[in-house]
Write a protein that binds this ligand. Sequence first.
Ligand code: GAL
Length: 419
Amino acid sequence: MRRTRYVAAVGAAALLLAATAACGAKDDGNKAEVFTWWTTGSEALGLEALQGVLKDKHPDIAFINGGTAGGGGSAKDVLASRLAANDPPDSFQAHAGAEMLDYINSGKVQDLSNLYEEFGLTTAFPADLLDLVTKDGKKYSIPSNVHRANVMWASIPVLTEVGIDFNQITYATISDFIADLEKIKAANPDITPLTVAGTWTQVHLLETVLIAELGPEMYNGIWDGSTDPAGPEVGAALGVFETLMSYTNTDSEGEEWDFATQKLIDGKGAFNIMGDWVPAQFVEQNQIMGTDWTWAPAPGTAGVFDFLADSFTLPVDAPHPDGAKAWLDVIASVEGQAAFNKVKGSIPARTDVNLSDFSEYQQQAAAAYAQDTIVGSLQHGAAASIAQGDAINKAVAKFRSGNSNLSEFHAEFAKAVTG
Ligand code: GAL
């Protein structure tokens, strides 16, 4: 069976070839083929840090990077085809919450409850985070990190140039924010007031607009069925999104999130709304917080923590179960979580990691996570299932390219939610 699949794959695309090569490694030793979409910048550094810990803790296990670029978009499609072809990696990145539930319900991942016992993890994570990787009392993945999605990043030199006080950018409402976007547009038409990259980053922006306009409770209601996605409130929020999109750059097609941050660094953009994997990109380019860049909660979302967590799985039929176990041991460990999160920009999922040498931003994020109202990210699989996320991405791409009007977009959004 495996041999037939192997032969078939040889004739297929390069992607499948690569996957099959990893699969073919099955018989020759201890390996862990790990699938992520962490291929550049802070994300690649985070993965490297984990490899370092793997080398220390399990020197006999060779790390195989089975990842592919493509953020929350095309990378997930690659993973889905591998899983559908029963050609899984040894472990893959999955978001705690609705996305994880998809993998559990479709029978793609193994119960890790025994590893939780063996690694002594039963009290290592916050209970509500564990709930998001648990079904019927069984735990199916190990969380590595917690990111905040509703963050707005800003270029201090650009804001200063257009006469906006960078200490005054915690906007209570999106209308207040739009007033400043107008100001930027009027002051210098060469500056993009609000930068975006490809479709998934626009969906990311959209989720923060929904949170701001609906409030956390109604936003949560979209996902638990208590808010009608076809209702007028959601329609109005989508209208606000349309207005915000009119202040964005139009050269974003197919670009990854770092493209939008780079515009701030290059003095070509003022604001960007993105998760807190962004700071490492500033830091990498010697940009100093408080001098070159700053941040605030996404407009209208102060006091809310739009949450997502990456976690790692043991797929059914993983070719190197020992390698997978070693990898999961690294993910679960205090050393792994400290090394990884420090460079990735997230906060450790474990509650017992010492944060004293984490960045100022990360310490602020940890404080916000402890005290803010938590909502789950749409784009990053905490609140929305894979199918909902895909359909919303399609609706946004269509709207952005002018192939649907606002009311058609609203209808498609509602259909994407209800299925
Ligand atoms: C998210 C993921 C983060 C980060 C981001 C950008 O979905 O959870 O860890 O990598 O995508 O690629």
